[in-house]
Structure formats: structure tokens, C-alpha cells
Write a protein that binds this ligand. Structure first.
Ligand code: ADP
Ligand code: MG
Length: 702
């Protein structure tokens, strides 16, 4: 019965009616009683705090002060226009209270030299603070009044404000709603969970989110509602994952066969790190099951994902299946091809590469070998997705740097197969784990959180352009030691022309400062033909040039161990994750490596934070955390369209701990009772089904 009441159309609420009902629907998406209850304030004014006049700052939010009025006067400030001005004092100073309207009535009601509480917004004029149209209350009355200490402020729109639906009106409607429904909101979480986590009831939470009795009560209400929101999302994500594991068949790779064993025993070029071993085990477990693997492999740049990829592909091969590895750019595909071929050189397996620039004759061979099954591993770019590319039996698809491939493209790879291949998505974008769980909730996650041994941490410094001469000297010294240098320029879409000019100017001046025949300088940018890019890259990789001047095309994946210095020009124009990716291009060999970020003297606060963070730490996850704080998750690569920000009350970044807690409990519950059929889960199941009916909840998912 309560439920029915909550479904009442909003215009039936006393004080709404057809006109306001229309506005509430249009402007705020409030259709029913229930929508209004779930319309939460986006901030609260703290009326537990009393400011002193000498603590006031300009344009602060609403503040309240205790003091008294010692003088009242009327001031004519333009012809025929008057304002009422009262002098207000407390122990720390003086300010003015100002009225433009209702002056006569106000003047009569103001009392001199009586303690009062004033409340409103302060501005400063000529060094004197003033408050226009303050709310005024006698201190004695104020102390007795039952007002809630934290005053809610609801989100609003211009139209609403113009049409008189102020915050006060919303507040009144909310009161009316609680009156009509008698706040009989039913509980949505299992009793045992509420007890275990010491949550307040749903009813108390809703009451306190709209009418907080104290800052503490508000905090508990927020915690309870955030937990609930994140908990149900996790419940859905994990359920989806479980269903996939049950319903979507995959090829079970049961054997660990010759190729894998031979490679592991005889051809490992180095000992695997603990993290690599663990991750491999996770992948093997997954692929050993008759359900499709969908796994995200996260590992900071240089953490050694390539060998994990190869060994996973060897497992596929041992079970009679082909594999492919798809990279976002031709350069990267090439690097993978070279790297994997090198690793597998002593195994008798057939690896080929297919990109946009693969010649027709070569393509023909690839197509044939793919279909007759003699090609074991195919590496490439988007070219792998073309219709003509038909595998005999694709068992494993590895996708590098997934944020550049859409979900649709991912599935294109296995449209042709009845049983989809296992999918391993590799990314170096260090997404904090909790966030990853929400963004890629339908993927399982493996993390390589350990760098290969013996790596010297890259030394990072920030230098101003005015110190360029010293930097150049440093480069000469490094080159003299046989090292190679990257110098990277920004390339941002909007100002591509100017960036290109910067790059070319830079290249010219560097070529002048590092002249032939003593030095050789390479250049690499997006406007070059793929073949030219590759040729230039090869020259640098072979040590024929000392310096590589490039745009961010080298950002991902490029692996040249002898390059030990990364110079980033106009570093203030790069985001943190990009800076970190660029830095990851060095530090790949045994030598001490350096990253030098060059900037002008003019730096915004955010830029300064970015520089300081880079200098302070090499830890990709720590950097990602700072990045999230600076930018918010909406800007995180690949998450723009995820809709993940449509949360009602929780904030994925700030409420990560609650997210983790919610996820843990969702996991436990589903482990014991996935269909939610136990009696103690009756409510949970009902809410879950109700939520699942709303399509928008599912929008979170990829
Ligand atoms: P990424 O995760 O960035 O793709 P790579 O797979 O390219 O990293 O590995 C980076 C470098 O580290 C390569 O030169 C690789 O040979 C080396 N490497 C990877 N794993 C190990 C290991 N366990 N011990 C020593 N070196 C390793
Ligand atoms: Mg790599």
C-alpha cells in the first residue's frame, strides 16, 4: 500500500498542482512522489557554525553571525532611490546590513542593542563587509527554535528559479510529502547487513538527508544511502558477470602442452616476477573453464605484459587454437610483432602481422594460412577486424590498450565464431582498482603490480625553459655515454597546426644544436606515412640516431631499452596519465634513466600539482589517484560515455571506500545465495528486480 502511495503522480501532492507538476517533470525529472523523495540536496548550509566578522571572506556561501545592531539609517544612493543600512557589530568588528525593499516595515521591526543572529551572503564593498536582506532572529528565539542545523540546498535550474520554485518551495513540498506519506518508507537492505554495518534505517536516512538533525545524523544518512546505491550497482554487475560465466560458453583450454612447457622450461629470457606468475595463473584458470574469459590485465608501463600475452597465446596453441593480438597503432603492432617473434624465436610457431600497409601478396598468404589453420598467432591493427580476415579457430583475442577500441569492435572479433574466443584486454592506464571494478564491472581484473627486478627508478625533474642550456649539456653527456634521447612535443587536436609548427621549429633548432656528423636526429609525427614512421623508428631503435624528436605518437608501448632520457616539452600541456605514459618509454634498460619536464614559468595550480606529482612518484596508481582528484572520473580515458557519473548520491572517486565495502558485501551475498532466494533476501530480491527493470541502471555497464 505504501508502495502505491509513492507512485502517486507528483501534481497530486498538496502545493504542486498541474503547473508546478509540469515544471518538476520537465526540469527535474520528478514524476512521482518517489522521485521527489529521491531528489537529494547537493549541499547543506551549516547552521551549526557561527562566524565572526573578522573571519568573513568575500563571496563566501551563506554564513551566520551573532552580534547586535547599533545604528540604523536611510541612505539615498541614486536620485529617489534609497536603501536602509544598519551597522552590525560583534567583538571582532563592524559590518553593514542592507535592505532595498520593505524598508519601512523592516526599520520598525529592527531593535537596537539586542543580541541577534543574522544569516545571509556576504560581499565586501570598499573594505567593509555587507549582507543584503539578511534573515534576522533574536538570539533568545534562535536558541529555542527547532530548525534543523544543516539546511539542505537542492539542485535547481534557471527556469525553476524564475518560476518561483525556490529552495524554500522544494523544502516545503518535501515536508508535505513526508507528512502525506508519514515517512513509511520500506527497508531495502537485509536486516543482518544493517546490523553488521551499523547502518541507519532507510526511513531515518531519507528523513535526515532532507531534514538533518545534526551534522552527524547527516553523515550517517549519506553513508547509508551511498552504500545502498553502490551496493545495488555492484549486485547487478556481479550478477551479470556470473550469468556470463554460466551462459556464454568458451573453449576450455585444458591442456598445458608442449609449446608452453618448452618455452617455460627452456626459453624464458628472464625469471618471471611474482606478479607475472600470479596473473598467468589467473588467466590459465579462466581459460581452463568452459566459460568465456573476459579479463582486464592492468600493468603499469614496463611491468612486462608482453610475455604474459605470449604465454597465454601458447596455451591456446597447445589446445589447438589460434590467437590474435590487436594494437591501436601500426607502430605498436610492429613492436609487438618484433617483440613476440624475438621471444618465440626458438619455438616452431608461425607468427604474422597484418596492418593497413600489409601488401596484397602478403595478405593473401595470411588469409590462406588463417583459414587452413597453419597461422598460429596474428598480430595487427584494426585491419584484423575486416570481413576478409577469417580464423579457422580463434581461441584467444588479446587487445592492447583497450580504451581505443570500442566494445562493439571487441565483439566484432568473434561475431564469426559460434563460441567466442577468450578475451584479454591489456591496459597500462592505471585505473585505481575500485574504480576499474565499477567501470569494467563485467570484466575480471588481473593486476601486475610489480616491476621486473633491477630497474632503477626513473629520476624525474622539472626544469624551466630558461634552463635549456643546462638540459642540452646534460643530453650531450648522456649521448657521450652511448644513450639515446626522446624529445616529445604536445600535439593536441584543436591547435594541430600550431603544434606542428612548434614541433618543426623544435626539430630545426635541435638539429642545429646537435649537428651532423657528430649527432643524428630522428623525427616522428602523425602526418608521416606509416612506412616512413616505421623506417624512422627503426633507425632510432637500431641506434643510428641519437635523438628522437616526436609527438605523442610514441606515447604507448614503444620499447627501446637504450633510450634513457625523456624530455617533455611544454609539459604543462599534458595530462598526468599522459606524462606518466611518456615517462614509461624510458627506464627499460639497465641504465639510470631520466625524465625532464620542461615548462614556462607561468603555471596554473593544477599544472604545478602535476609537475610535483611526477617528480615525487613513479607509481602509476598513485598518479592515477591524483589525476582523478584533479580531473574527476568523467575525464578518465575511456570513461566519458560510461554514464558512470549518473549516480544519485555516491561519488565514485570520493566514496571509493564505500564502494569497496559495498562490493565486498555484494560478493559475499551472491556467493552464498546468487538467486537471492533465501528468506532473509526477500526484500533484496524485490528491490533488485525492481531496479533491473529500469533500463538506466544497466547503462553503467560498458
Ligand atoms: P609493458 O607491460 O609495458 O608492455 P613489456 O612487456 O614491454 O612491458 O616489458 C618491458 C621490458 O621489461 C621489456 O624489455 C621486457 O623484456 C622486460 N621484462 C619483462 N618482464 C621481465 C622480467 N620478469 N624480468 C626482467 N625483465 C622483464
Ligand atoms: Mg606493452
Amino acid at each position: 500500500m505504501q508502495q502505491d502511495l509513492l507512485l502517486t503522480p507528483i501534481e497530486y501532492l498538496k502545493g504542486v498542482g498541474p503547473n508546478r507538476g509540469e515544471l518538476l517533470r520537465k526540469e527535474l525529472g520528478i514524476y512521482k512522489y518517489q522521485d521527489l523523495i529521491n531528489f537529494y540536496p547537493n549541499r547543506y548550509i551549516d547552521r551549526t557554525r557561527y562566524y565572526k566578522i573578522n573571519e568573513l571572506q568575500n563571496n563566501a556561501a551563506e554564513v551566520q553571525l551573532i552580534g547586535k545592531i547599533i545604528n540604523i539609517k536611510t541612505v539615498e544612493f541614486a536620485k529617489g532611490k534609497k536603501r536602509l543600512v544598519a551597522t552590525f557589530t560583534d567583538a571582532t568588528g563592524q559590518m553593514e546590513l542592507v535592505w532595498f525593499q520593505g524598508q519601512k516595515w523592516i526599520r520598525e521591526s529592527l531593535q537596537l542593542n539586542v543580541p541577534i543572529v543574522i544569516f545571509g551572503k556576504c560581499t565586501s564593498f570598499n573594505g567593509l563587509f555587507n549582507m543584503a536582506h539578511p534573515e534576522i532572529e533574536l538570539l533568545t528565539e534562535h536558541e529555542q527554535s527547532l530548525r534543523s542545523a544543516m539546511q539542505p540546498v537542492y539542485p535547481s535550474t534557471e527556469t525553476l528559479t524564475n518560476r518561483g520554485i525556490s529552495n524554500r518551495v522544494i523544502n516545503k513540498l518535501m515536508q508535505q510529502l513526508f507528512l502525506e506519506t508519514q515517512a513509511l518508507f520500506s527497508e531495502t537492505l537485509p536486516v543482518y547487513l544493517i546490523e553488521e554495518l551499523k547502518l541507519i534505517s532507510k526511513k531515518a536516512a531519507l528523513f535526515n538527508i532532507h531534514f538533518p538533525k545534526s551534522a552527524d545524523a547527516l553523515a550517517r544518512a549519506q553513508f547509508r544511502l551511498k552504500f545502498e546505491e553502490l551496493f545495488f550497482i555492484q549486485l547487478q554487475l556481479i550478477t551479470k558477470n556470473l550469468i556470463r560465466k554460466h551462459k556464454i560458453k568458451g573453449h576450455p583450454f585444458e591442456k598445458v602442452g608442449n609449446h608452453f612447457t618448452d618455452f617455460f622450461n627452456n626459453h624464458l629470457p628472464f625469471e618471471l616476477t611474482g606478479a607475472q606468475k600470479r596473473v598467468l595463473k589467473e588467466i590459465r584458470n579462466d581459460m581452463g573453464n568452459p566459460a568465456q574469459m573476459n579479463r582486464l590485465l592492468q600493468g603499469d608501463v614496463g611491468s612486462g605484459k608482453t610475455i604474459v600475452a605470449l604465454m597465454s597465446m601458447l596455451l591456446a596453441l597447445d589446445n589447438g587454437f589460434q590467437s590474435c593480438l590487436m594494437a591501436p597503432t601500426e607502430i605498436l603492432a610492429n613492436q609487438h610483432y618484433i617483440g613476440l617473434s624475438e621471444l618465440a624465436k626458438d619455438l616452431s610457431i608461425n607468427i604474422r602481422i597484418l596492418t593497413g600497409s600489409t601488401k596484397t601478396a602478403q595478405r593473401k598468404i595470411i588469409h590462406e594460412e588463417l583459414e587452413n589453420g597453419t597461422l598460429h598467432i596474428l598480430i595487427g591493427t584494426h585491419a584484423l577486424l575486416e570481413d576478409k580476415v577469417k580464423f579457422q579457430n580463434l581461441g584467444l583475442a588479446i587487445i592492447d590498450e583497450q580504451h581505443r577500441f570500442g566494445v562493439e569492435q571487441r565483439s566484432k572479433l568473434w561475431k564469426k565464431n559460434t563460441i567466442p574466443p577468450h578475451v584479454l584486454v591489456m591496459t597500462a592506464t592505471p585505473i585505481p582498482r575500485t574504480l576499474a571494478m565499477s567501470l569494467y564491472g563485467d570484466l575480471d581484473i588481473s593486476v601486475i603490480d610489480e616491476l621486473p627486478p633491477g630497474r632503477k627508478p626513473i629520476q624525474t625533474v622539472h626544469r624551466f625553459d630558461s634552463n635549456r642550456l643546462k638540459v642540452w649539456k646534460f643530453i650531450r653527456d648522456e649521448i657521450a655515454k652511448g644513450r639515446q634521447i626522446y624529445i616529445v612535443y604536445p600535439l593536441i587536436q584543436e591547435s594541430e597546426k600550431m603544434d606542428f609548427k612548434d614541433l618543426m621549429d623544435g626539430y630545426e633548432s635541435i638539429s642545429r644544436d646537435f649537428p651532423l656528423p657528430q649527432y643524428a636526429v630522428s623525427i616522428l609525427h602523425g602526418k608521416m606515412k606509416p612506412a616512413d614512421k616505421d623506417a624512422e623508428m627503426k633507425r632510432f631503435a637500431d641506434g643510428k640516431t641519437n635523438i628522437m624528436v616526436a609527438t605523442t605518437v610514441i606515447e604507448v608501448g614503444v620499447n627501446i631499452p637504450n633510450a634513457s632520457v625523456m624530455i617533455i616539452e611544454s609539459a604543462e600541456r599534458f595530462g598526468l596519465s599522459q606524462l606518466h605514459q611518456l615517462r614509461g618509454r624510458v627506464g627499460r634498460g639497465a641504465e639510470q634513466s631520466y625524465c625532464i619536464m620542461m615548462t614556462s614559468h607561468k603555471l596554473s595550480n593544477d599544472s604545478k600539482t602535476r609537475m610535483e606529482t611526477m617528480v615525487r612518484t613513479n607509481d602509476g596508481f598513485e598518479i592515477a589517484e591524483v589525476d582523478l582528484k584533479l580531473r574527476g572520473p568523467g575525464d578518465l580515458m575511456g570513461t566519458q560515455q560510461s554514464g558512470v557519473l549518473n549516480l544519485q548520491i555516491a561519488d565514485i572517486v570520493r566514496d571509493r571506500d564505500i564502494l569497496q565495502l559495498a562490493r565486498n558485501h555484494a560478493v559475499i551475498i551472491l556467493k552464498e545465495d546468487a538467486p537471492l532466494l533465501k528468506p532473509e533476501h526477500t526484500t533484496l530480491r524485490a528491490v533488485f528486480i525492481e531496479l533491473s527493470k529500469k533500463k538506466n541502471i544497466w547503462n553503467y555497464i560498458s
